[in-house]
Design a protein around this ligand. Structure first.
Ligand code: ARG
Length: 424
């Protein structure tokens, strides 16, 4: 038995060529693992294609619920948006795939795992760092990064070796998809000034002309129902993707800073992800105590960066997730979203059985139960430091002609009447 390698197999040109190439050039037996993360496609056909390309074994894993429950839910708890905009579609699926590569390697006695990433992207980082974390003993092969074939040459290789591929000669876009959204790169999009042509979009093609309203129910930060119907997370996302996408909502067009130092133009469509994050943020507004909410908002960008950088399996990501999880205990309730035809979305209502909104405190009407007399002393002490500063060094001192460095020094040397008593 030659050394076995488990390859993350997508069914596309590069990974099909990789199956054959690793056999021919490296003398390896290839086990192809295709992971269903909600990208769609005929997985039996993909399995057969891997075998036809020379794989000794081809495995299909359904990881949709795993992706939704173990990766998307924690990301949603952290309102995760890389650089404030990208909901980490590809970044979240790679650690799931890594898990299954490692499991297959153990099961089939493989000594290596392989991926079909190029040297320019983030996905290679996610595959390799993830594998190092879960299985440091496994060798990692990156055939596409080392073989130096152009796309034309890879197609030529497939033709010479009679590999079944389903690709046309001109490469239009590079696409990655899963249940959290769809990423589109390359082609005309490489000119950041060019508007994306309509044909890049698949999940956010507007078909409805009426506004659509949906209610998302959350239970401790987890989206659990849509318009009152309880659904497993993966199904809820899928349902919402269709509803929101049909209004044209969910598009992102951005220049992004990759981990490897390249700025790239990225187009995403993530109707469900953006809608759920907006709803979740809003419900946190109602249910999270102020200091906790503010601290959480400071940690969210760090969480997103770590996940983007391939550090899902890392102590800091786990620690941040533990913090996020502890904040989610009371993030329970409903949020109403309204999608306008043409891609606009607004949160129009929210409610929670454990919300911190207290009508009797907030109202300006008769029901008002707020102690107005408490405000006076509170505000006076709150502003005391600034008042002192203003008198000695700032605005009031300057207005009194004592401004500037000389004035400030002067104020420090002569005691002012009325400010010397300790009781003020
Ligand atoms: N820029 C995004 C990211 O790094 C999308 C990557 C898409 N991956 C792909 N193999 N097409 O997460």
């Amino acid at each position: 038995m030659s050394d076995r390698v488990v390859l993350a197999y997508s069914g596309g040109l590069d990974t099909s060529v990789a199956v054959h190439w690793m056999g021919e050039k490296l003398g390896r037996e290839v086990i192809a693992v295709a992971v269903d993360v909600g990208q769609g496609g005929d997985f039996e056909a993909i399995r057969q294609r891997a075998l036809a390309a020379g794989a000794v074994e081809a495995i299909v894993v359904d990881a949709k619920d795993e992706l939704a429950e173990e990766f998307v839910v924690p990301a949603l708890a952290a309102n995760a948006l890389y650089e404030g905009r990208y909901p980490l579609v590809s970044s979240l699926s790679r650690p799931v795939i890594v898990r299954h590569l490692v499991a297959a390697a153990r099961q089939h006695g493989a000594t290596a795992v392989a991926h079909g990433c190029t040297g320019k992207g983030n996905d290679q980082v996610r595959f390799e760092v993830g594998t190092r974390a879960l299985a440091p003993d496994l060798e990692i092969l990156a055939p596409v990064r080392v073989w130096g074939m152009t796309r034309e040459e890879a197609i030529g290789y497939a033709e010479v070796h009679d590999l079944p591929i389903t690709i046309s000669r001109e490469r239009i876009y590079s696409i990655d998809a899963n249940l959290w959204g769809r990423t589109i790169e390359c082609g005309v999009l490489e000119d950041p000034w060019q508007a994306p042509p309509e044909d890049v979009y698949a999940l956010s093609v507007p078909t409805s002309t009426e506004p659509v309203e949906v209610t998302i129910g959350f239970d401790s930060g987890v989206p659990v129902s849509l318009d009152g119907e309880r659904l497993p997370v993966a199904q809820l996302i899928d349902r919402l993707q269709r509803l929101a996408g049909a209004t044209g909502f969910g598009r992102i067009d951005m220049i992004e800073g990759r981990r490897v130092g390249i700025k790239s133009r990225e187009v995403y469509e993530c109707p469900a992800a953006l809608a759920l994050i907006a709803a979740h943020v809003d419900l946190e507004g109602l249910t999270l105590e102020r200091d906790t909410a503010h601290e959480k908002a400071r940690l969210e960008p760090r969480f997103s960066e770590l996940v983007y950088d391939g550090m899902w399996f890392s102590p800091l990501r786990e620690a941040l997730s533990a913090f996020m999880a502890s904040t989610q205990r009371f993030v329970t309730g409903d949020v109403r979203l309204r999608f306008a035809p043409g891609g606009g979305m607004t949160v129009v209502g929210r409610r929670s059985p454990v919300g911190l909104y207290d009508y009797k405190l907030a109202t300006y009407d008769e029901a008002d139960a707020f102690h107005h007399e408490d405000a006076e002393g509170f505000v006076r002490l709150f502003g005391l430091g600034v008042k002192t500063w203003a008198a000695k060094q700032g605005g009031a001192a300057a207005a009194a002609g004592a401004g500037g460095a000389a004035g400030a020094a002067g104020a420090g040397t002569s005691a002012e009447p009325g400010t010397t008593k300790g009781s003020s």
